[in-house]
Design a protein around this ligand. Sequence first.
Ligand code: AMP
Ligand code: TRP
Length: 333
Amino acid sequence: MGVKKIFSGVQPTGNLHLGNYIGAIKNFVDLQNESNDCIFCVVDLHAVTVKQDPKLLKKNIRETTATFLACGINPQKSIIFNQSSVSSHSEASWLLSCVARMGWLNRMTQFKEKAGKDREKASVGLYIYPVLMAADILLYDATHVPVGEDQKQHLELARDISKKFNTDFEAPDFFKIPEPLIQKSFARIMSLKDGTKKMSKSDPSDLSRINLTDTDNEIINKIKKAKTDTNLFPTDTYSLKSRPEIENLIGIYSSLKEKKLEDSLNDFKDQNFSFFKDKLSELILKKISPISKEIKRLNADKGYIDQVLKDGNDKANEIASKKIENIKKKFGF
Ligand code: AMP
Ligand code: TRP
Protein backbone atom coordinates (compact mmCIF):
# COMPACT_ATOMS: atom_id res chain seq x y z
CA MET A 1 0.00 0.00 0.00
CA GLY A 2 1.18 3.55 -0.82
CA VAL A 3 1.81 6.49 1.47
CA LYS A 4 -1.12 7.28 3.76
CA LYS A 5 -2.08 10.80 4.81
CA ILE A 6 -2.44 10.53 8.55
CA PHE A 7 -4.14 13.02 10.87
CA SER A 8 -4.85 12.59 14.55
CA GLY A 9 -5.34 14.70 17.63
CA VAL A 10 -5.01 14.55 21.38
CA GLN A 11 -6.61 16.96 23.84
CA PRO A 12 -4.28 18.95 26.12
CA THR A 13 -6.22 18.16 29.25
CA GLY A 14 -3.33 16.79 31.33
CA ASN A 15 -2.72 13.30 32.70
CA LEU A 16 -1.92 11.54 29.41
CA HIS A 17 -1.95 7.89 30.35
CA LEU A 18 -1.11 4.37 29.25
CA GLY A 19 -4.48 4.14 27.42
CA ASN A 20 -3.59 7.15 25.29
CA TYR A 21 -0.20 5.58 24.61
CA ILE A 22 -1.39 2.09 23.67
CA GLY A 23 -4.66 3.20 22.00
CA ALA A 24 -3.25 6.13 20.05
CA ILE A 25 0.25 7.61 20.39
CA LYS A 26 2.20 4.35 19.97
CA ASN A 27 0.42 3.90 16.62
CA PHE A 28 1.20 7.48 15.61
CA VAL A 29 4.88 6.68 16.01
CA ASP A 30 4.63 3.42 14.04
CA LEU A 31 2.75 5.15 11.20
CA GLN A 32 5.36 7.91 11.10
CA ASN A 33 8.18 5.38 11.00
CA GLU A 34 6.51 3.57 8.09
CA SER A 35 7.11 6.81 6.11
CA ASN A 36 3.52 8.02 5.88
CA ASP A 37 2.67 11.75 5.71
CA CYS A 38 1.69 12.47 9.29
CA ILE A 39 0.09 15.42 11.04
CA PHE A 40 -0.46 15.31 14.80
CA CYS A 41 -2.49 18.01 16.46
CA VAL A 42 -2.80 19.20 20.04
CA VAL A 43 -6.54 19.84 19.93
CA ASP A 44 -6.83 22.77 22.32
CA LEU A 45 -10.13 24.01 20.82
CA HIS A 46 -11.66 20.66 21.72
CA ALA A 47 -10.32 20.96 25.26
CA VAL A 48 -12.32 24.14 25.96
CA THR A 49 -15.65 22.41 25.29
CA VAL A 50 -15.44 21.82 29.04
CA LYS A 51 -14.15 24.53 31.38
CA GLN A 52 -10.36 24.79 31.53
CA ASP A 53 -8.19 26.88 33.79
CA PRO A 54 -6.61 29.39 31.36
CA LYS A 55 -3.34 29.33 33.31
CA LEU A 56 -3.13 25.55 33.08
CA LEU A 57 -4.15 25.29 29.42
CA LYS A 58 -0.89 26.70 28.07
CA LYS A 59 1.11 24.36 30.30
CA ASN A 60 -0.97 21.39 29.14
CA ILE A 61 -0.54 22.33 25.46
CA ARG A 62 3.23 22.29 25.96
CA GLU A 63 3.08 19.08 27.99
CA THR A 64 1.05 17.24 25.33
CA THR A 65 3.54 18.42 22.72
CA ALA A 66 6.39 17.20 24.94
CA THR A 67 4.60 13.84 25.24
CA PHE A 68 4.35 13.49 21.45
CA LEU A 69 8.08 14.17 21.18
CA ALA A 70 9.04 11.93 24.10
CA CYS A 71 7.05 9.02 22.62
CA GLY A 72 9.00 9.30 19.37
CA ILE A 73 7.14 11.70 17.07
CA ASN A 74 9.84 13.47 15.15
CA PRO A 75 9.16 17.06 14.05
CA GLN A 76 11.52 16.57 11.10
CA LYS A 77 9.24 13.83 9.78
CA SER A 78 5.76 14.78 11.04
CA ILE A 79 3.88 18.04 11.49
CA ILE A 80 3.14 18.74 15.15
CA PHE A 81 0.93 21.76 15.83
CA ASN A 82 -1.82 23.16 18.02
CA GLN A 83 -5.31 23.63 16.64
CA SER A 84 -6.09 27.14 17.95
CA SER A 85 -3.07 28.55 16.10
CA VAL A 86 -4.55 27.62 12.73
CA SER A 87 -7.77 29.62 12.36
CA SER A 88 -9.04 27.54 9.42
CA HIS A 89 -10.16 24.90 11.96
CA SER A 90 -12.74 27.21 13.56
CA GLU A 91 -13.84 28.49 10.19
CA ALA A 92 -14.23 25.05 8.63
CA SER A 93 -16.04 23.85 11.73
CA TRP A 94 -18.73 26.53 11.28
CA LEU A 95 -19.17 25.77 7.60
CA LEU A 96 -19.34 22.01 8.17
CA SER A 97 -21.84 22.51 10.99
CA CYS A 98 -24.14 23.76 8.22
CA VAL A 99 -23.65 20.45 6.41
CA ALA A 100 -23.95 18.09 9.40
CA ARG A 101 -27.49 17.19 10.49
CA MET A 102 -28.93 17.46 14.00
CA GLY A 103 -30.07 13.85 13.80
CA TRP A 104 -26.49 12.70 13.25
CA LEU A 105 -25.17 14.63 16.24
CA ASN A 106 -28.04 13.47 18.44
CA ARG A 107 -26.74 9.93 18.07
CA MET A 108 -23.25 10.65 19.44
CA THR A 109 -22.78 8.55 22.55
CA GLN A 110 -19.73 10.45 23.80
CA PHE A 111 -21.82 13.63 24.12
CA LYS A 112 -24.43 11.74 26.09
CA GLU A 113 -21.75 10.32 28.40
CA LYS A 114 -19.89 13.61 28.88
CA ALA A 115 -22.99 15.79 29.25
CA GLY A 116 -24.40 13.36 31.81
CA LYS A 117 -27.83 13.81 33.29
CA ASP A 118 -27.93 17.58 33.05
CA ARG A 119 -27.68 17.85 29.27
CA GLU A 120 -29.23 21.33 29.19
CA LYS A 121 -26.18 22.67 31.02
CA ALA A 122 -23.58 21.20 28.62
CA SER A 123 -21.81 23.68 26.35
CA VAL A 124 -22.95 23.97 22.74
CA GLY A 125 -19.29 23.35 21.89
CA LEU A 126 -19.43 19.91 23.52
CA TYR A 127 -22.42 19.09 21.32
CA ILE A 128 -20.77 20.10 18.03
CA TYR A 129 -17.36 18.78 19.08
CA PRO A 130 -17.46 16.00 16.42
CA VAL A 131 -17.99 18.61 13.67
CA LEU A 132 -14.77 20.36 14.69
CA MET A 133 -13.09 16.96 14.63
CA ALA A 134 -14.37 16.39 11.08
CA ALA A 135 -13.01 19.85 10.11
CA ASP A 136 -9.58 18.86 11.53
CA ILE A 137 -9.44 15.76 9.40
CA LEU A 138 -11.00 17.06 6.17
CA LEU A 139 -8.90 20.25 6.00
CA TYR A 140 -5.78 18.14 5.43
CA ASP A 141 -7.33 15.57 3.05
CA ALA A 142 -6.36 12.89 5.56
CA THR A 143 -6.95 9.37 4.28
CA HIS A 144 -6.38 7.56 7.59
CA VAL A 145 -7.08 8.54 11.18
CA PRO A 146 -5.50 6.51 14.01
CA VAL A 147 -7.69 6.69 17.12
CA GLY A 148 -8.81 4.60 20.04
CA GLU A 149 -12.06 2.64 19.88
CA ASP A 150 -13.99 5.45 21.62
CA GLN A 151 -13.58 7.75 18.61
CA LYS A 152 -15.01 5.37 16.03
CA GLN A 153 -18.44 6.99 15.97
CA HIS A 154 -16.92 10.46 15.52
CA LEU A 155 -14.98 9.14 12.54
CA GLU A 156 -18.18 7.81 11.02
CA LEU A 157 -19.68 11.26 11.38
CA ALA A 158 -16.66 12.81 9.62
CA ARG A 159 -17.21 10.36 6.77
CA ASP A 160 -20.92 11.28 6.59
CA ILE A 161 -20.14 15.00 6.53
CA SER A 162 -17.54 14.47 3.82
CA LYS A 163 -19.93 12.45 1.63
CA LYS A 164 -22.81 14.90 2.09
CA PHE A 165 -20.62 17.89 1.24
CA ASN A 166 -19.31 16.18 -1.90
CA THR A 167 -22.88 15.33 -2.96
CA ASP A 168 -24.46 18.68 -2.04
CA PHE A 169 -21.82 20.66 -3.89
CA GLU A 170 -21.54 18.18 -6.75
CA ALA A 171 -17.82 17.81 -6.13
CA PRO A 172 -17.30 14.04 -5.89
CA ASP A 173 -13.62 14.12 -4.88
CA PHE A 174 -13.50 17.40 -2.97
CA PHE A 175 -13.16 15.82 0.45
CA LYS A 176 -11.56 12.45 1.07
CA ILE A 177 -13.55 9.81 2.95
CA PRO A 178 -11.22 9.16 5.90
CA GLU A 179 -10.66 5.62 7.17
CA PRO A 180 -10.35 5.00 10.91
CA LEU A 181 -7.25 3.08 11.99
CA ILE A 182 -8.27 1.31 15.17
CA GLN A 183 -6.16 -1.46 16.58
CA LYS A 184 -7.75 -4.88 16.33
CA SER A 185 -6.79 -5.85 19.84
CA PHE A 186 -6.25 -3.82 23.02
CA ALA A 187 -7.92 -0.73 21.50
CA ARG A 188 -9.58 0.07 24.83
CA ILE A 189 -7.42 0.10 27.93
CA MET A 190 -9.54 -0.01 31.06
CA SER A 191 -9.26 1.49 34.54
CA LEU A 192 -6.95 -0.40 36.93
CA LYS A 193 -9.70 -0.20 39.52
CA ASP A 194 -12.73 -1.15 37.43
CA GLY A 195 -12.35 -3.25 34.29
CA THR A 196 -15.69 -2.08 32.91
CA LYS A 197 -14.62 1.61 32.81
CA LYS A 198 -12.18 3.16 30.34
CA MET A 199 -8.82 4.33 31.68
CA SER A 200 -9.43 8.07 31.66
CA LYS A 201 -7.70 11.38 32.34
CA SER A 202 -10.69 12.55 34.32
CA ASP A 203 -11.11 9.59 36.70
CA PRO A 204 -10.87 11.13 40.19
CA SER A 205 -8.71 8.21 41.36
CA ASP A 206 -5.11 8.50 40.21
CA LEU A 207 -4.73 4.80 41.05
CA SER A 208 -7.04 4.01 38.12
CA ARG A 209 -4.43 4.94 35.52
CA ILE A 210 -0.72 4.90 34.75
CA ASN A 211 0.19 8.46 33.78
CA LEU A 212 2.99 8.87 31.26
CA THR A 213 4.70 11.14 33.81
CA ASP A 214 4.50 8.68 36.73
CA THR A 215 7.72 7.82 38.56
CA ASP A 216 8.95 4.22 38.70
CA ASN A 217 7.68 3.87 42.27
CA GLU A 218 4.25 5.19 41.38
CA ILE A 219 3.96 2.68 38.53
CA ILE A 220 5.05 -0.25 40.72
CA ASN A 221 2.62 0.81 43.42
CA LYS A 222 -0.33 1.24 41.02
CA ILE A 223 0.19 -2.20 39.47
CA LYS A 224 0.47 -3.74 42.95
CA LYS A 225 -2.86 -2.15 43.87
CA ALA A 226 -4.56 -2.92 40.55
CA LYS A 227 -7.74 -4.93 41.05
CA THR A 228 -7.51 -8.71 40.51
CA ASP A 229 -9.51 -11.54 42.04
CA THR A 230 -8.91 -14.58 44.19
CA ASN A 231 -9.24 -17.13 41.38
CA LEU A 232 -6.25 -18.78 39.76
CA PHE A 233 -4.37 -17.21 36.87
CA PRO A 234 -6.46 -17.84 33.73
CA THR A 235 -5.43 -20.49 31.25
CA ASP A 236 -7.70 -19.61 28.32
CA THR A 237 -9.09 -16.43 26.78
CA TYR A 238 -12.68 -17.62 27.15
CA SER A 239 -12.58 -17.38 30.94
CA LEU A 240 -11.38 -13.75 30.65
CA LYS A 241 -14.80 -12.63 29.47
CA SER A 242 -16.11 -12.60 33.02
CA ARG A 243 -12.88 -11.20 34.50
CA PRO A 244 -12.52 -7.72 32.93
CA GLU A 245 -9.75 -6.48 35.27
CA ILE A 246 -7.61 -9.53 34.56
CA GLU A 247 -8.29 -9.30 30.84
CA ASN A 248 -7.19 -5.66 30.91
CA LEU A 249 -3.91 -6.34 32.74
CA ILE A 250 -3.00 -9.22 30.42
CA GLY A 251 -4.07 -7.01 27.51
CA ILE A 252 -1.67 -4.26 28.61
CA TYR A 253 1.10 -6.84 28.96
CA SER A 254 0.40 -8.35 25.54
CA SER A 255 0.17 -5.01 23.80
CA LEU A 256 3.48 -3.72 25.20
CA LYS A 257 5.13 -7.06 24.54
CA GLU A 258 3.53 -7.20 21.04
CA LYS A 259 2.26 -10.68 21.72
CA LYS A 260 -1.05 -12.44 21.30
CA LEU A 261 -3.20 -12.74 24.41
CA GLU A 262 -3.02 -16.54 24.20
CA ASP A 263 0.79 -16.45 24.18
CA SER A 264 0.88 -14.19 27.23
CA LEU A 265 -1.40 -16.57 29.09
CA ASN A 266 1.03 -19.34 28.25
CA ASP A 267 3.97 -17.33 29.62
CA PHE A 268 2.33 -17.29 33.05
CA LYS A 269 0.95 -20.81 33.19
CA ASP A 270 0.87 -22.06 36.78
CA GLN A 271 2.10 -18.72 38.14
CA ASN A 272 0.32 -16.49 40.61
CA PHE A 273 -0.85 -12.89 40.18
CA SER A 274 1.95 -11.42 42.23
CA PHE A 275 4.55 -12.97 39.89
CA PHE A 276 2.57 -11.69 36.87
CA LYS A 277 2.27 -8.21 38.37
CA ASP A 278 6.04 -8.04 38.96
CA LYS A 279 6.65 -8.88 35.30
CA LEU A 280 3.98 -6.43 34.16
CA SER A 281 5.52 -3.62 36.23
CA GLU A 282 8.95 -4.42 34.83
CA LEU A 283 7.60 -4.23 31.29
CA ILE A 284 5.68 -0.97 31.85
CA LEU A 285 8.78 0.57 33.44
CA LYS A 286 10.90 -0.46 30.48
CA LYS A 287 8.51 1.29 28.06
CA ILE A 288 7.26 4.22 30.12
CA SER A 289 10.25 5.24 32.27
CA PRO A 290 12.28 6.66 29.36
CA ILE A 291 9.18 8.51 28.10
CA SER A 292 8.44 9.93 31.54
CA LYS A 293 12.04 11.14 31.95
CA GLU A 294 12.05 12.72 28.49
CA ILE A 295 8.71 14.51 29.14
CA LYS A 296 10.20 16.00 32.30
CA ARG A 297 13.37 17.08 30.47
CA LEU A 298 11.36 18.66 27.63
CA ASN A 299 8.93 20.38 30.02
CA ALA A 300 11.89 22.33 31.32
CA ASP A 301 12.78 23.49 27.80
CA LYS A 302 9.79 25.69 26.92
CA GLY A 303 11.73 27.53 24.20
CA TYR A 304 12.28 24.31 22.26
CA ILE A 305 8.64 23.17 22.59
CA ASP A 306 7.37 26.59 21.46
CA GLN A 307 9.68 26.46 18.44
CA VAL A 308 8.45 22.98 17.48
CA LEU A 309 4.85 24.25 17.67
CA LYS A 310 5.65 27.41 15.73
CA ASP A 311 7.27 25.45 12.89
CA GLY A 312 4.35 22.99 12.88
CA ASN A 313 1.74 25.76 12.98
CA ASP A 314 3.32 27.43 9.93
CA LYS A 315 3.33 24.15 7.98
CA ALA A 316 -0.25 23.27 8.98
CA ASN A 317 -1.47 26.77 8.18
CA GLU A 318 -0.02 26.56 4.69
CA ILE A 319 -2.07 23.44 3.94
CA ALA A 320 -5.28 24.39 5.78
CA SER A 321 -5.53 27.96 4.52
CA LYS A 322 -5.62 26.73 0.90
CA LYS A 323 -8.30 24.16 1.66
CA ILE A 324 -10.52 26.62 3.54
CA GLU A 325 -10.41 29.03 0.60
CA ASN A 326 -11.64 26.24 -1.65
CA ILE A 327 -14.37 25.26 0.84
CA LYS A 328 -15.57 28.89 0.93
CA LYS A 329 -15.60 29.02 -2.86
CA LYS A 330 -17.84 25.96 -2.95
CA PHE A 331 -20.34 27.75 -0.68
CA GLY A 332 -20.28 30.75 -2.99
CA PHE A 333 -18.33 33.19 -0.82
P1 AMP B 1 -8.11 12.07 24.46
O1 AMP B 1 -7.28 11.87 25.67
O2 AMP B 1 -9.57 11.89 24.74
O3 AMP B 1 -7.78 13.30 23.68
O4 AMP B 1 -7.74 10.83 23.53
C1 AMP B 1 -6.59 10.79 22.74
C2 AMP B 1 -6.50 9.46 22.03
O5 AMP B 1 -6.31 8.40 22.97
C3 AMP B 1 -7.77 9.09 21.24
O6 AMP B 1 -7.39 8.48 20.03
C4 AMP B 1 -8.47 8.12 22.14
O7 AMP B 1 -9.27 7.22 21.42
C5 AMP B 1 -7.29 7.40 22.80
N1 AMP B 1 -7.67 6.87 24.14
C6 AMP B 1 -8.08 7.60 25.20
N2 AMP B 1 -8.33 6.80 26.26
C7 AMP B 1 -8.09 5.53 25.86
C8 AMP B 1 -8.15 4.24 26.49
N3 AMP B 1 -8.53 4.10 27.76
N4 AMP B 1 -7.82 3.15 25.75
C9 AMP B 1 -7.43 3.29 24.47
N5 AMP B 1 -7.33 4.46 23.81
C10 AMP B 1 -7.65 5.59 24.48
N1 TRP C 1 -11.79 13.75 19.73
C1 TRP C 1 -10.51 13.13 19.84
C2 TRP C 1 -10.35 12.56 21.26
O1 TRP C 1 -10.87 13.06 22.20
C3 TRP C 1 -9.38 14.08 19.57
C4 TRP C 1 -9.42 14.63 18.18
C5 TRP C 1 -9.78 15.89 17.82
C6 TRP C 1 -9.08 13.94 17.00
N2 TRP C 1 -9.65 16.04 16.47
C7 TRP C 1 -9.25 14.86 15.93
C8 TRP C 1 -8.66 12.63 16.73
C9 TRP C 1 -9.02 14.50 14.62
C10 TRP C 1 -8.44 12.28 15.41
C11 TRP C 1 -8.62 13.21 14.36
O2 TRP C 1 -9.68 11.62 21.42
